[in-house]
Design a protein around this ligand. Structure first.
Ligand code: FE2
Length: 311
């Protein structure tokens, strides 16, 4: 009975992926094969960077234990406002590039802009030329990185009782991947913002059985879960202005909080390890970056494919 055997094997594998040794090592619950692919490739990229830059020592990443860091004014406020206005036009005119997800996936709470670097222009990529941003990314990767994914969305205000209805989750991406938001509008208590847990607390929630990986196991009331299990509940929120960026490890637990009034616009980038710098990669493959959507590749050496958090 292969299906029963498969089910039993799947249960064993899931238990291994959810054991403390495993998730502490990889900060995710993905397959060993995928984790090894990323770690091996990141090591190779790091060794190449070291060979190309003798004497350069990269300090530890600023988001090793802290869930997120902000960079102020990496992008001009005027440019941010112009992109935000364009987003508004595409959404209001129900342009084909504007996607309104079904209710279960945040419908009514947001609108997404597809292929944002094409539809909104590639100006936001300039955020990567900010020296502090580039330095933080070099430190995270231990070498070069490239921009794999781009996504943009507008979060709408909701009723007070629904304002925190987004669910706590881990993106469950491979190691040596991270995300950066370029903020086109302010994010704060009024306009909503992402809330994030640090490494220590994320591990404590996982130990207590909360992984937030699959849709049906994610919840919005993590404070209630914390109370039940005697855990600290101390999410970090960083207030930002239009033109600021926040860099974060998307595998730590986090959630979006809807604005209480107005809307919040964000462009999100996903980065993966690379043998060459992001702008060299951009020069060599402009079309690939411009048409980038979300998702990590199943093999970081072949960045055109995309993967899934279900692996
Ligand atoms: Fe997320």
């Amino acid at each position: 009975m292969p299906s029963l055997l498969n089910t039993a094997a799947d249960a064993v594998i899931k238990r291994i992926h959810r054991s403390p040794f495993y998730y502490r090592k990889y900060n995710n619950t993905l397959s060993y094969r995928l984790n090894k692919l990323y770690i091996d490739f990141a090591r190779e990229c790091s060794q190449k960077y070291a060979a190309d830059h003798p004497g350069v020592i990269l300090p530890p990443s600023p988001i090793k234990d802290t869930p997120a860091v902000a960079f102020r004014g990496v992008f001009s406020k005027e440019k941010a406002r112009a992109i935000s206005e364009k987003m508004g036009q595409l959404i209001e005119s129900k342009d084909p590039s504007a996607y309104f997800p079904p209710h279960k996936q945040g419908g009514g709470l947001m609108a997404e802009i597809r292929s944002p670097l094409k539809t909104l222009g590639a100006d936001s990529v300039e955020a990567f030329r900010d020296p502090a941003v580039h330095d933080a990314l070099l430190r995270f990767f231990g070498g070069n990185y490239r921009i794999k994914g781009a996504a943009a969305w507008r979060s709408f205000a909701t009723k007070e009782e629904d304002a925190v209805s987004w669910l706590w989750h881990s993106d469950t991406n491979p190691p040596f991947t991270c995300k950066m938001f370029v903020h086109l509008t302010p994010a704060n208590a009024e306009k909503g913002a992402t809330e994030l847990m640090n490494r220590e607390d994320t591990m404590a929630y996982r130990r207590a059985g909360y992984f937030g990986q699959f849709g049906n196991e994610r919840r919005s009331d993590l404070d209630a879960f914390a109370k039940e299990h005697g855990l600290p509940y101390r999410p970090l929120r960083i207030d930002v202005e239009a033109g600021d960026a926040t860099l974060f490890d998307q595998n730590f637990l986090h959630r979006a909080v809807a604005p209480k009034s107005g809307y919040r616009d964000v462009i999100q980038f996903l980065m993966i390890p690379s043998l060459i710098s992001w702008d060299e990669d951009y020069k060599q493959n402009p079309e690939r970056l411009l048409s980038a959507e979300g998702g990590f590749p199943k093999d970081p050496r072949r960045p055109d494919g995309s993967g899934s958090a279900m692996m």
